[in-house]
Design a protein around this ligand. Structure first.
Ligand SMILES: Cc1cc2nc3c(=O)[nH]c(=O)nc-3n(C[C@H](O)[C@H](O)[C@H](O)COP(=O)(O)OP(=O)(O)OC[C@H]3O[C@@H](n4cnc5c(N)ncnc54)[C@H](O)[C@@H]3O)c2cc1C
Length: 405
């Protein structure tokens, strides 16, 4: 494989960089702490507003959704172009995190499984950043075993009536729409009775309560659903066949998480200059190891991207990528904090260079859980790559109603 840009790719990179240089500021300390905020705070409101404004600028100039079809507002480009654009984007101070669940996950799912009416209604405002989305999948009794979910939806005329509770719902408190899984048939095995819905987050009966994390930020929520009415037209795919639709969302989530890594080596070197460490032999080893892991992650990301560019849905490679990414995040969080020493424990947002490392260190556990835990990714690799015996799934063929809970 030749890793250098072809002449066409080099021209695309130049065009992207020229456009970004004219419309965005270079990466700064501020970039490091963007989005690490309390729910409903002024900083969060500003972050959401700036994110929407930036997305609208991308959309207007034809840089949003590089691989999305043009009829849905995208650029109709290749995944290699998307990758090149992301690499250039990483050099600038860009607010992005609020679009992960929408543009990163709900969008590709609607492109694959949505009806033409759903695609026309939801994809352009999603890509323009007008409407923000959240993912209402996990429940107190259904995380790794997502198919065990018990939020139920019952048909009443032209609407479904939904009752249940979701948890760990990132961004729900400022989202306009949600992708929601609910059980529509409890008389069949658990994977066969789930339906995939689109829900307006302002529907009466939805109660969103923020949860605070160890980092001090509160970006995810509990969501209680009481007699929430959803029109039949908002079912994605077929009723009771939502599990297949869900797989598209989850695979995109893993690829998104694994591919979201930015290169921390320059930031770590700056930190080492400030606190001493560039000349320490042990630190030098750790910094070199960080650089090597970054290169490996980059090549893993390209492997997933090249599968996508050949029209394949990423499979277990996205689990390998997510695992490698979270291991790297843990290692750099540990390293950053140990270089900063005592300052790492005392800093706050006034010292963004150090604060970002405190946040990375404390956030490592969340990243090893969100989007499927390390153990679950290892199970996927064990079964689908190594061909090891499957995990024990005693309730797989039992009607959901008969599973003791
Ligand atoms: C930062 C963050 C953001 C999130 N955002 C969202 C969101 O927006 N929307 C949403 O729906 N969810 C979200 N989640 C929830 C996330 O998807 C779940 O936390 C995750 O799937 C794990 O589920 P759980 O927390 O119920 O843990 P459990 O499934 O109860 O797991 C507990 C422990 O058991 C282990 N375990 C479970 N099953 C197995 C097995 N078969 N083999 C080996 N070990 C196993 C797990 O690895 C884990 O260590 C988010 C989570 C985090 C941390």
């Amino acid at each position: 494989m030749d890793f250098d840009d072809t002449p066409e790719e080099a021209a695309f990179r130049k065009e992207a960089n020229t456009w970004l240089s004219a419309h965005a500021e270079p990466k700064s300390d501020r970039t490091l702490v963007r989005g690490m905020t309390d729910a409903f705070s002024d900083e969060e409101t500003l972050h959401v507003k700036e994110s929407k404004a930036w997305q609208a600028t991308l959309f207007e100039h034809g840089w949003a959704g590089i691989t999305w079809p043009t009829e849905h507002g995208g650029r109709g480009g290749s995944s290699v172009q998307q990758m090149i654009f992301n690499q250039e984007l990483a050099k600038f101070d860009i607010p992005q995190s609020v679009f992960a669940q929408g543009i990163g996950m709900a969008g590709p799912t609607l492109i694959h499984h949505g009806s033409p009416e759903q695609q026309a209604r939801f994809l352009p405002p999603m890509l323009r950043g007008d409407e923000l989305w959240c993912q209402l999948f996990s429940e107190p009794g259904a995380g790794s075993d997502l198919a065990a979910l018990s939020t139920k939806a019952e048909l009443d005329g032209e609407e479904y009536v939904v009752n249940g509770q979701k948890v760990w719902t990132s961004s729900a408190h400022y989202s306009d729409w949600g992708i929601l899984l609910a059980r529509t048939n409890a008389d069949v095995p658990k994977h066969q009775g789930i339906t995939y819905f689109l829900v307006d987050m302002r529907t009466p009966g939805i109660d969103v309560r923020p949860l605070r994390q160890i980092t001090g930020a509160a970006h995810f929520n509990e969501v209680f659903l009481t007699d929430v009415r959803i029109p039949k037209a908002n079912v994605v795919g077929e009723v009771n066949r939502g599990w297949g639709v869900t797989m598209t969302t989850l695979t995109n989530e893993r690829t998104l998480i694994g591919g979201s890594v930015s290169n921390p080596v320059e930031d770590l070197l700056r930190l080492a200059d400030r606190f001493g460490g560039r000349t320490d032999p042990n630190r030098r080893q750790e910094l070199a190891a960080t650089y090597i892991r970054m290169q490996l992650l980059k090549f893993l990301g390209w492997r997933v991207q090249s599968a996508v560019s050949k029209g394949k849905q990423p499979g277990p490679e996205s689990s390998v990528l997510k695992l490698a990414y979270t291991r790297q995040l843990s290692a750099i969080g540990d390293l950053g904090l140990s270089i900063a020493g005592a300052s790492g424990m005392l800093s706050d947002a006034d010292d963004p260079d150090v604060f970002a490392w405190t946040q990375t260190f404390l956030g490592q556990w969340a990243s090893r859980i969100g989007g499927g835990t390390d153990e679950v990714q290892r199970n996927i690799v064990a079964e689908r790559v190594l061909g090891l015996p499957g995990d024990i799934r005693v309730d797989k063929d039992v009607p959901f109603r008969s599973i003791p809970r």
